[in-house]
Design a protein around this ligand. Structure first.
Ligand code: AMP
Ligand code: ZN
Length: 114
């Protein structure tokens, strides 16, 4: 999608610190990290938010979580733990309208997030 910052990262028009990439998914470092490990896992297909997940495109969620399970092992935070966050829409404070899952780790996180 033309005006989408994450599509531009996927296309290479905007640089990113890539952690993992395959034909369907990209994982890269968040530009404004909130934890020692703060990465974003995104589908290469432009899907705006969880609201746009449907029967046709939902297999990507399965794949993203397989990738997160692998990447967190590679980063060594599988033993210490981590948090996966998806912000959806206005009240969820989603700022980039391209589906993404934050992964936070590398320290003990706070809870609750509200
Ligand atoms: P959200 O508020 O859930 O939509 O999160 C969007 C995230 O994207 C924020 O944590 C931003 O720091 C991050 N972000 C925005 N632009 C970039 C970029 N060019 N490279 C890496 N992360 C970015
Ligand atoms: Zn996009």
């Amino acid at each position: 999608m033309d005006n989408c910052i994450f599509c531009k990262i996927i296309n290479g028009d905007i640089p990113s610190q890539k952690i993992y990439e395959d034909d369907k998914v990209l994982v890269f470092k968040d530009i404004n990290p909130e934890a020692p490990v703060h990465i974003l896992a995104i589908p290469k297909e432009h899907i705006e938010s969880v609201n746009e997940i449907n029967e046709e495109n939902s297999l990507i969620i399965n794949h993203i979580f397989l990738v997160i399970s692998k990447v967190t092992k590679d980063l060594g935070i599988d033993k210490t733990g981590y948090r996966i966050v998806n912000n959806c829409g206005k009240d969820g404070l989603q700022t980039v309208p391209h589906l993404h899952f934050h992964v936070f780790g590398g320290k003990t996180l706070k809870w609750p997030p509200v």
